[in-house]
Design a protein around this ligand. Structure first.
Ligand SMILES: [Mg+2]
Length: 168
């Protein structure tokens, strides 16, 4: 059961994701979480660094999409900027949003990676579909009050995963 909460990779920043490595592994598309993965939770402005990196992802031939639990306006604005498919109010870790965006990218789940800052939504949801999961440190320490609660559980889970040598 713990394995479903264990990411395949763990990175400090989006820019640390090894695009060549995952391409060699057969990954063809990347589904991103929005809040605290691409956008700081308390901002609606994407940073230049992240914006440039997202363009690199697309230029490298990857399909991309967004799956977010947040509202339509916030999600569609960023999706529109990169012209990528999205699902808002996805209720992650539900599989539905991940399935819909994979289908919109024309890809099956086995060749899709999920990138997000939360084990209990992004990593769990992606792992449930057998996707390659990449856990990234949150962009901002500010977040939704409900998230602060799950962060405590997340810390506990990280200790368990490390103790079992599932997570470095
Ligand atoms: Mg997030």
């Amino acid at each position: 059961m713990y394995k479903l909460l264990c990411p395949d990779r763990s990175v400090l920043r989006l820019q640390d994701i090894d695009l060549q490595e995952i391409k060699k592994m057969g990954i063809e598309g990347i589904i991103f979480d929005l809040d605290n993965t691409i956008l700081p939770w308390d901002s609606s402005e994407i940073s230049l660094e992240v914006s440039v990196w997202m363009e690199q992802v697309l230029a490298n031939g990857f399909k991309a999409g967004l799956v977010s639990n947040n509202r339509r306006q916030r999600v569609s604005k960023i999706a529109g900027r990169f012209d990528i498919p999205y699902v808002f109010r996805a209720y992650k870790p539900s599989k539905n949003g991940f399935r819909k965006v994979s289908a919109a990218m024309g890809l099956s789940p086995e060749v899709v990676a999920v990138v997000g800052d939360q084990l209990f939504t992004d990593v769990l949801g992606g792992n449930r579909l057998g996707m390659f999961t990449i856990w990234v440190k949150p962009l901002s320490s500010r977040e939704f009050i409900g998230t602060k609660v799950t962060r405590q559980l997340e810390k506990m889970m990280v200790r368990i995963l490390r103790a079992q040598k599932l997570l470095k």
